[in-house]
Each structure stands twice: as structure tokens, then as C-alpha cells.
Design a protein around this ligand. Structure first.
Ligand code: GDP
Length: 205
């Protein structure tokens, strides 16, 4: 996919609001270290997200904007804090931190026309190809399904597996999550064309 411009827009903490944007938002969700930042950089064709940070240290929601090839529109990628390193009282919330839950389940008094929030068009859930069936990933699918948010699941880092192991892992992921799982490697580019197709469909572009 041709990208005209790609940029980091802002980081948002619990106390602040998302910028208002009139382009579709896609939320990126997954365990810490699953390869979210690396994938965002691969989609953008440049380094806009900080990859390889210490697991669990990013407790902010990072917003990136991609301007696609001419006439294809624009897209906001919302990079949510990685889960799986829940601390304190977070364990009872499927490992999702307050920021993530607030993003998906805004204050019921907040109406869509009030500034500060546009609902996501869909979510991308990333799972590590090498670790099928993790309880936290199954919880994430269940939670996002409950929200009735359109979702695409992709298994990252498939380059770490040989072809036969790759197929077996994919089957195991699909069985555990009860959904189609797209195999991708942000490092080598495997599966990214199919991933882009799914992403654009999710965004309604
Ligand atoms: P995040 O915490 O989800 O943002 O994960 P990062 O993007 O920082 O990636 C975590 C680690 O996995 C880094 O060391 C990356 O280099 C590595 N990684 C990410 N994507 C891939 C991939 O497609 N293949 C391989 N082999 N390693 C990857």
C-alpha cells in the first residue's frame, strides 16, 4: 500500500481526550511485545512508532495518522497499551488497563457528538504466532466480541516459524480463538498485502 504521509499525532493518558478526527480509527490491541510498534512502522513504511521498548512500560495510547495513496483516504491507528503485564488491580479486568477499557467503553454520559471522541471503526488484535491459546488473548477476543466491534486477528512474527510449524500454529490459534487468523511478519513483509485488505475493509475505505 502506498502511503503519502505517516505521522505520530499524539499520546493520550487517562486524564486527556483523544483529538477529534474525521477519518476512521482502527485500534491496535495485543500483549506487550507482540510486535505492534514494528507492524505500525511496517504499515507506514517509516519509523513512526517506538519499537522494542521495555515490555509493559507504555501506558499511553499513541495515535498515528496515515494518509493513503491518492483518493484512498486517511486512517488513524490507535496503539493501545500492551496487555499481559497487568499490575495491581488490573488482573480482574482481563489484563486490560483502565485506559484501554475507557477507550472502548466511554463514559455513558459522553455522547458521540461531544468533542473528544470518535468511536473506532474496528480493532486489530495481534497475537504472537509462536504462542497459540494464551488465556489473555482468548480473553481479549471475548471482550472485544462483547463490544460487537468488528475485529481482525493477525498472528505476528511468523518468520520465526518454519513453514510446517507455521501452519500448525495458525490452526491452533484459530481453534483457540474461534476466528480466522491472518499470518504476518512485519519484519519480512509476509502477509501484509492480505492484512492491508482486511484493514481497509475494517476501516470502510
Ligand atoms: P510491541 O511491544 O507490541 O510494540 O512490540 P515491538 O514492535 O516493540 O516488538 C517486540 C519485539 O519483537 C522487538 O524485538 C521486535 O524486533 C520483534 N518483532 C516485531 N515484529 C517482528 C517480526 O515480524 N518478526 C520478528 N522476527 N521479530 C519481530
Amino acid at each position: 500500500m502506498k502511503i503519502q504521509t505517516a505521522e505520530f499525532v499524539t499520546s493520550v493518558g487517562l486524564g486527556s481526550r483523544l483529538p477529534v478526527a474525521h477519518v476512521p480509527q482502527i485500534a491496535f490491541v495485543g500483549r506487550s511485545n507482540v510486535g505492534k510498534s514494528t507492524l505500525i512502522n511496517a504499515l507506514a513504511h517509516r519509523k513512526i512508532a517506538r519499537a522494542g521498548g521495555a515490555p509493559g512500560t507504555t501506558r499511553l495510547l499513541n495515535v498515528y495518522r496515515l494518509q493513503l495513496a491518492k483518493h484512498r483516504g486517511a486512517l488513524l491507528l490507535i496503539d493501545l497499551p500492551g496487555y499481559g503485564y497487568a499490575r495491581g488491580g488490573e488482573a480482574a479486568n482481563h489484563g486490560f488497563d483502565r485506559l484501554t477499557r475507557r477507550y472502548f467503553q466511554p463514559d455513558p454520559h459522553e455522547t458521540p457528538d461531544r468533542p473528544g471522541r470518535t468511536a473506532p471503526a474496528g480493532a486489530i488484535l495481534l497475537v504472537d504466532a509462536r504462542h497459540p491459546g494464551l488465556a489473555t488473548d482468548c480473553d481479549a477476543v471475548a471482550w472485544l466480541s462483547e463490544l460487537r466491534l468488528p475485529m481482525v486477528v493477525a498472528a505476528t512474527k511468523v518468520d520465526r516459524l518454519k513453514a510446517s510449524a507455521r501452519r500448525a500454529a495458525l490452526k491452533a490459534h484459530e481453534l483457540a480463538l474461534g476466528r480466522t487468523v491472518l499470518p504476518i511478519s512485519a519484519k519480512l513483509g509476509d502477509g501484509l498485502p492480505a492484512f492491508w485488505t482486511a484493514l481497509l475493509e475494517l476501516a470502510g475505505l
